[in-house]
Ligand binder design. Structure first.
Ligand SMILES: [Zn+2]
Length: 340
């Protein structure tokens, strides 16, 4: 039997991995724009394979691909009738792969786009959406639930309430799209303090910001709460001018989000360094979000001192014809000729 979330957190850092939607979009299985995970029903093998790649790279949590698999979004693509099947199947696939490597299974809900803090009636709409998604997840069997990319503390609190109603541990993370405040006006650290006080086991931030612009915000959160803290940045080189992936601009001044972000992608070395930085800050759950590839996750795992199944194929430049110590004269002469 694999260790529970609480046991893992007590023992050290939990390594997570997400970004399923972006990666499956790149692979041709999800349509950019609506970003609805139709792939779960249409190409389950593709989802299984990506879970397996993250698992081999060291991820300890298989997050069911139910991101945007809620009523509002499925209606947009004319698949509302597939809602239950999509949610159940996503958890089944995650479970199946988690079992291959002793990983945990997380149910997943996100911002709904239906919540409006000015309109109390939307609270019930959001609660119903989370309740139906998560009741299916709970029935299929999840170890905990991740509520993520929350723009509003108010919406995150509804998710937390639904998760707790099912008796499951909750990880609730805010999407830091604004400089300091959630869209309903709470400092990120305050929002996390409130979520922790309401009983979330893990609080923190995910998505939108790359390591460089997310780490300072997480440092504040770490100082503010006693419970476990999660950080899952996007692997993009955000900076003071473009602090989020949505604000990054191409050299021509065009918005790179969401399908032109490739030139900003962090290397595996950037992400390894980030993992060490997060550990130094005392972060408990270190992961990665939209844009992640298995090579990032493996580099993070190895930076944290772990040997994972995919480490078997980690770089051995000592065996490269031109970089090996005993490189032959002929091969050594090859390298300068590569400069053209
Ligand atoms: Zn993301």
């Amino acid at each position: 039997m694999s260790a529970s979330l609480a046991e893992r957190l007590r023992a050290g850092i939990v390594l997570g991995a997400e970004g399923y939607v972006f990666e499956l979009e790149r692979r041709g299985y999800i349509k950019a724009g609506p970003f609805v995970p139709e792939v779960v029903l249409d190409f389950p093998g593709a989802v299984r394979e990506l879970h397996r790649e993250f698992l081999r790279a060291g991820a300890e949590v298989m997050v069911a691909l139910t991101y945007y698999a809620h009523r509002e979004k499925l209606r947009d693509v004319g698949r509302e009738g597939d809602l239950e099947a999509m949610n159940r199947q996503a958890v089944r696939i995650a479970r199946e792969v988690a079992r291959e490597g002793g990983a945990l299974v997380a149910g997943n809900v996100c911002n709904t786009w239906a919540y409006d803090p000015e309109d109390p009636a939307t609270r019930d709409i959001v609660r119903d959406m989370y309740a139906e998604q998560l009741s299916w997840a709970a029935e299929e069997g999840v170890d905990f639930v991740i509520s993520e990319t929350n723009d509003y503390l108010g919406e995150a609190l509804i998710a937390l309430e639904v998760i707790q109603g099912l008796g499951l541990p909750a990880m609730v993370t805010m999407a830091p799209t604004q400089p300091h405040l959630t869209r309903d006006g709470y400092e990120y650290a305050d929002a996390c303090r409130i979520l922790a006080a309401e009983g979330a086991q893990i609080v923190g931030l995910n998505c939108d910001r790359g390591p460089r612009t997310m780490v300072p915000l997480i440092a504040r959160i770490r100082e503010t709460v006693e419970c476990a803290v999660a950080i899952q940045p996007v692997p993009y080189r955000t900076d003071a001018i473009g602090p989020t992936m949505e604000t990054l601009l191409s050299p021509k001044g065009e918005r790179a989000f969401p399908v032109g972000l490739d030139p900003f992608t962090c290397t595996r070395f950037d992400m390894a360094q980030f993992a060490l930085q997060a550990r130094e800050l005392g972060v408990d759950y270190i992961g990665i979000c939209c844009g992640a590839g298995p090579h990032h996750v493996r580099a993070m795992a190895e930076a944290l001192g772990r040997e994972v199944p995919a480490s078997r194929y980690s770089p051995s430049m000592g065996l490269h014809p031109m970089f090996r110590a005993d490189v032959s004269d002929r091969d050594a002469a090859f390298l300068p000729s590569w400069t053209a």
